[in-house]
Write a protein that binds this ligand. Structure first.
Ligand code: AMP
Ligand code: ZN
Length: 473
C-alpha cells in the first residue's frame, strides 16, 4: 500500500516514492543542547519517529540521521544575538562541553522514555568541523560565498531559488531586518557560514580555518552532515515549522549551491505545541520537560498518547486537563490489554481469526499511510478494543500490532492476575451441598446454590475432573 505525505515544498500531499527502493534516507534537525528539550520539541521528535516507523511498516528500510547542535546556534536564528551554548555555560558555571553532554544525554533519556528509536546516526556539530569547512570552501570557490570583515557569508542574491520553501521572495526574507542589520552583509537575507573571532571575542570553541580561527554558522552543519551520511540527494528532511523560513531556506540554498542540483524530495514539518498563553519555546522560558511532567504525576507515555491525539500538521494546546484526559485514556487502554492478556493465556488464533486480525491491522495502517493520521488511527483502535463481538485474542493481536508502530509500551503490560478468593466456612458448606445436589441430579438445588454464590460475588465453573473453579464475578 502506498504512503502519502504532505510535502511543504509542493504544498500538497504526495505519494511517497523513494529515491532508492532499498533504503529511505531521512534527516531530522536535532536538538540544540544548551537546555532541556521541552515537550514541544519532543512532539516534533515523536512524529518524526512515527514517520520512520510508518515507512518501515510499509516495507522500507530507513537510514535516519539526526544532528546534535553543540556549537554555532545564536539566540536569533538569523545569526544575531549571543551564542546559546555560551550563555548556558556562564549561567551554570560549567564548561561548554559539560553543558552539551549533559543536555544531550538527557535528551536521549527522554526520547527513549517516550519509546522513540535512536536514529541510525546521531552526529555532533563539533565533531564535523572539517566537513563544514570543506563545504564553505566549495561555496566560496563556486562564487556563492564572500568574506566580509572577518566572517564568511552566503550570498543569497546568487541563489535564484532563495525563499522557495516558504514561498517568499528574498525581499520578504530580510531576516536581518527584524534586528539590527549586520553591516557586513551584502543582502539582508545573507547568512553567516563561518564566524571568526571578530563576531564574539569570548567564543570558547574555535577552530582554525582558511578564513581565520573561528567557528561555523548554525545552518551549515545540517547541510554538511546530511551530505556526508546520506549522500547528495535525500528522501525526507524534517523539522518543526519554525525552521521553514530561515534555517531550512538557508540549508536548501547552501546545499543546492554546493551540489548543483535539487537536494531533498520531501520536506516535512511539524506544527507547534502551544500553551494556553501562546508559543512554547526554550528561549521564552518554556520549561515543561518530561521530568516536569513526572513530578506532576504523568508518565512519558501519557504525554505520548496526548501527542498522538492531534495530527502533526495541526497545532496542539498543552494543558493539565488535556493531560488528565490522555492519562485516563492510556490507563484504560492498559486495563483492556491486561484483561485480554489474562483471558487469552496459552491460546492461539484460529485460522478465521487470523484473517480478521489482518483486516483490522490493514485498516489501522491505512490511517497512518494517509499522512500519519494519528487521531483516526487511535479512534480505529478504540472501536476495535470496545467491540465485544471480537474475541479477546483478536483484539490483543491487533493491539500488539498497534504497539509495534506507536510504541506505547503495551507489550510490557502484565496480564491481570486472578484475584485471590478467601474460602470461608459458608462457601465451603455451599460447595459441599452443590456437590451432593449434582451427584443426586437435584438440578433445582444446584441452581439455587449457584445463585447463592453469585449473591456473594462468586461464579462457579465445573472442571473435567469433578473439581470446581471459583472466580470473581
Ligand atoms: P531546537 O532544539 O530549539 O533547535 O528545536 C528542536 C526541534 O523542535 C526543532 O525541529 C524545532 O522546530 C522544534 N520545536 C521548537 N519549538 C517547538 C514547539 N513549541 N512545538 C513543536 N516543535 C517545536
Ligand atoms: Zn537543520
Amino acid at each position: 500500500m502506498s504512503v502519502y505525505l504532505y510535502n511543504t515544498k509542493t504544498r500538497s500531499k504526495e505519494e511517497f516514492k523513494p529515491l532508492n527502493e532499498k533504503m529511505v534516507t531521512m534527516y531530522c534537525c536535532g536538538p540544540t543542547v544548551y537546555s532541556y528539550a521541552h515537550i514541544g520539541n519532543l512532539r516534533t521528535y515523536i512524529f518524526e519517529d512515527l514517520i520512520a516507523n510508518t515507512l518501515r511498516l510499509a516495507g522500507y528500510k530507513i537510514k535516519h540521521v539526526m544532528n546534535v547542535t553543540d556549537v554555532g546556534h545564536l539566540t536569533n536564528d538569523s545569526d544575531d544575538g549571543e551564542d546559546k551554548m555560551l550563555i548556558a555555560a556562564e549561567r551554570e558555571k560549567k564548561s561548554v562541553m559539560e553543558i552539551a553532554r549533559h543536555y544531550e544525554d538527557t535528551f536521549f533519556r527522554h526520547t527513549s522514555e517516550l519509546g522513540l528509536k535512536r536514529p541510525t546516526i546521531v552526529c555532533r556539530a563539533t565533531e564535523h568541523i572539517e566537513d563544514m569547512i570543506k563545504f564553505v570552501k566549495s561555496l566560496e570557490d563556486k562564487g556563492f560565498a564572500y568574506f566580509s570583515n572577518g566572517n564568511v557569508y552566503f550570498d543569497t542574491s546568487k541563489f535564484e531559488k532563495y525563499g522557495c520553501l516558504s514561498g517568499q521572495n528574498r525581499e520578504d526574507l530580510k531576516h536581518g531586518a527584524r534586528t539590527e542589520q549586520d553591516a557586513n552583509k551584502k543582502n539582508a537575507s545573507d547568512f553567516v557560514l563561518w564566524f571568526t573571532s571578530s563576531k564574539f571575542e569570548n567564543q570558547i570553541l574555535q577552530w582554525d580555518s582558511p578564513w581565520g580561527r573561528g567557528y561555523p554558522g548554525w545552518h551549515i552543519e545540517c547541510s554538511a552532515m546530511s551530505t556526508k551520511y546520506l549522500g547528495e540527494r535525500i528522501d525526507i528532511h524534517c523539522g518543526g515549522i519554525d525552521h521553514i523560513p530561515v534555517h531550512h531556506e538557508n540549508e536548501i540554498a547552501q546545499s543546492e549551491a554546493h551540489l548543483g542540483h535539487e537536494w531533498v524530495n520531501f520536506w516535512i514539518h511539524m506544527e507547534f505545541l502551544n500553551t494556553k498563553a501562546g508559543k512554547m519555546s526554550k528561549s521564552t522560558g518554556g520549561k515543561t520537560t518530561i521530568d516536569t511532567l513526572k513530578e506532576l504525576g504523568y508518565l512519558p507515555m501519557h504525554y505520548k498518547y496526548f501527542t498522538l491525539t492531534s495530527h502533526y500538521r495541526s497545532a496542539a494546546v498543552f494543558s493539565e486537563e488535556a493531560m488528565d484526559g490522555a492519562k485516563k485514556a492510556y490507563e484504560n487502554l492498559c486495563t483492556f490489554v491486561s484483561e485480554f492478556k489474562a483471558s487469552t493465556e496459552g491460546k492461539t488464533l484460529l485460522s478465521d481469526e487470523t484473517g480478521k486480525v489482518e483486516k483490522l491491522k490493514a485498516e489501522f495502517n491505512a490511517y497512518l499511510f494517509d499522512d500519519i493520521k494519528t487521531p483516526l488511527a487511535l479512534s480505529h483502535m478504540w472501536s476495535v478494543v470496545k467491540d465485544n463481538k471480537l474475541s479477546d485474542l483478536i483484539r490483543l493481536n491487533y493491539l500488539m500490532h498497534v504497539d509495534s508502530v506507536l510504541n506505547l509500551e503495551l507489550k510490557n503490560v502484565e496480564a491481570k492476575k486472578a484475584q485471590e478468593i478467601e474460602i470461608t466456612d459458608e462457601i465451603k458448606e455451599l460447595l459441599e451441598q452443590r456437590k451432593e445436589a449434582k451427584a443426586t441430579k437435584n438440578w433445582a438445588k444446584s441452581d439455587e446454590i449457584r445463585d447463592k454464590l453469585a449473591s456473594l460475588g462468586l461464579g462457579v465453573k465445573d472442571l473435567p475432573n469433578k473439581e470446581v473453579e471459583l472466580f470473581k464475578l
